[in-house]
Write a new protein. Structure first.
Ligand code: GDP
Ligand code: MG
Length: 440
């Protein structure tokens, strides 16, 4: 995935104070490949890369983020906004019933989604929808919707397959008003390919039903084809929203990005399986992470941003550079880590960490942190400042005072030294350039 690829580039630019043009170029090349691999339309990719480059270049690097993380953040934000930014809700007519027309190619998932949507509206919005079987062409299409309706214990309006879809729509809406349904969901016919007869008929249904929402149902597995389909349907019918189905497959969701970019129509729902409750409101930010394949790197970045005090971070960095970092700073650091949440959760979100074999040996749990804190709190002021003071008798005293063992104390002292070394590397200080002080 992109995450692994970016790692290499990230390592190179970690610790730099400013994101250079070359850094952005390097990262963008990886992002570009990943997007194309995820089946994003190449025109969309091109524009996207240009936008991100412009935004990422020359940005002042936030102290709590590495330049690499910052570029990822820009990439993610742009992806999210490309897919609509905010989560987009289904229409509600000022006067009931709200009429929703489902359109799309055959097999895209219209009938299934109609039932899923009815279920969603009832469960989440306390609505009372009427399902309408207006696909008179596909054998057993009416039966399919009726079966789903039975399963949901919801009424399905049908007039058989000898009445035109336009007439069905007309009568269905009248019936919905009569029976006080607040939503009318019209399942229409699709074809294997877009053709004029289909479009003309859908136009006719649209004219009579005056839908508040025309949802284009698109199969996410069809990749690039989805874009062409979306474009034609949109040209003919002015769709108001997209439902992306079969996102439970192994597609990376690039189609989502393209469909939104090309039609400028928000994706409102995502189909996540064949079952009736497997429809979810579409969240652009989550899809962005999925396309980037970065799992929770982004939530980690968010956590870091909201929790690490900028000023303190700057101070700390200065201390680490001069190797003045003491156990007091360490305690403060522990508090910050605690504020971010359980340590193993934080580490689990870091790229590479979750897969690292060493993860188990680290035994990072809150109990462990408490132990560490107890040890540090048992040190004297001098000891906290200068761990080299710690001889055997001091170590024994500390172990006793903290209710731990000498081994625990030794381990912590060793880890503290290791950590100092690691932090020094992380702040990008080149080693052995005369910045060391004290005993070294
Ligand atoms: P229509 O021709 O557009 O009405 O498509 P259908 O609703 O009949 O669905 C076609 C096939 O896709 C059926 O086998 C559905 O179970 C399946 N399907 C629909 N939505 C999803 C989804 O979100 N995930 C998966 N895995 N299958 C789906
Ligand atoms: Mg159907």
């Amino acid at each position: 995935g992109l995450a692994e690829r970016l790692q290499e580039t990230l390592t190179k630019i970690r610790g730099k104070g400013k994101v250079s043009e070359q850094d952005v170029k390097d990262m963008m090349r990886e992002v570009r490949l990943a997007l194309l691999e995820a089946d994003v339309n190449f025109k969309v990719v091109k524009k996207f890369i240009a936008d991100v480059k412009e935004k990422a270049l020359g940005q002042e690097v936030m102290k709590s983020l590495t330049p690499g993380q910052q570029v990822i953040k820009v990439v993610n934000e742009e992806l999210t906004s490309l897919m609509g930014g905010e989560q987009s809700k289904i229409a509600v007519a000022p006067k009931a019933p709200t009429v929703v027309m489902m359109v799309g190619l055959q097999g895209a998932g219209k009938t299934t989604t109609t039932a899923k949507l009815a279920n969603h509206l009832r469960k989440k919005h306390n609505r009372n929808p009427l399902l309408v079987a207006a696909d008179i062409y596909r054998p057993a299409a009416i039966k399919q919707l009726e079966t789903l309706g039975k399963q949901l214990n919801m009424p399905v309006f049908s007039l058989g397959d000898q009445v035109s879809p336009i007439e069905i729509a007309k009568q269905a809406i009248a019936k919905a008003k009569e029976d006080h349904h607040d939503y009318v969901l019209i399942d229409t016919a699709g074809r294997l390919h877009i053709d004029e007869t289909l479009m003309a008929e859908l136009q006719g249904v649209k004219d009579i039903a005056k839908p508040d929402e025309i949802l284009l149902v698109v199969d996410a597995m069809t990749g690039q084809d989805a874009v062409n389909v979306a474009e034609s349907f949109n040209e003919q019918l002015d769709v108001t929203g997209v439902v992306l189905t079969k996102l439970d497959g192994d597609t990376r969701g690039g189609a989502a990005l393209s469909v939104k970019a090309v039609t400028n129509t928000p994706i409102k729902f995502a189909g996540m399986g064949e079952k009736i409750d497997q429809l979810e409101p579409f969240h652009p930010d989550r899809m962005a992470s999925r396309i980037l394949g970065m799992g929770d790197v982004l939530s980690l970045i968010e956590k870091a941003q909201s929790n690490v005090d900028e000023e303190k971070a700057r101070e700390l960095e200065k201390k680490m550079r001069t190797m003045d970092f003491t156990f007091d700073d360490f305690l403060e650091q522990l508090d910050q880590v605690r504020n971010m949440g359980p340590l193993d959760e934080i580490l689990g979100m870091m790229p590479g960490f979750n897969k690292a074999k060493g993860m188990k040996d680290l035994q990072v749990d809150d109990k462990q942190i408490n132990k560490v804190e107890a040890i540090v709190r048992s040190m004297t002021k001098q000891e906290k400042k200068d761990p080299s003071l710690m001889n055997a008798s001091r170590r024994r005293r500390i172990a006793k005072g903290s209710g731990t063992t000498i081994q625990d104390v030794n381990r912590l002292l060793k880890q503290f030294e290791d950590m100092k070394k690691m932090m020094k590397q992380m702040t990008g200080m080149t080693s052995g350039k005369g910045k060391k002080r004290g005993k070294g």
